[in-house]
Design a protein around this ligand. Structure first.
Ligand SMILES: [Zn+2]
Length: 80
């Protein structure tokens, strides 16, 4: 039984490491990685509750769509 627990713990640890690196690789800027235009926020009611740490954004110019990290602080974002 202890072997199963240890193997399951290693699987969970690997998943946590992969998810952390994927999250850190997400872009943080609110400009399009292709053309540099500002991105538009797409609001998902379900995704907001399930994954509140990421935002789905869309570029109106070139049609790029992807998931980005929200800025660290909304107050700082409003002033810039
Ligand atoms: Zn674009």
């Amino acid at each position: 039984m202890i072997v199963v627990v240890v193997l399951f713990a290693t699987v969970l640890l690997r998943a946590a490491i992969v998810l952390t690196f994927v999250y850190l690789m997400l872009p943080t800027k609110r400009v399009c990685p292709r053309c540099g235009e500002p991105l538009t926020l797409i609001k998902h009611s379900i995704m907001r509750r399930v994954l509140p740490v990421v935002e789905h954004r869309w570029c109106l110019e070139c049609g790029w769509s992807g998931v980005v990290r929200p800025p660290q602080s909304r107050v700082i974002n409003r002033t810039t």
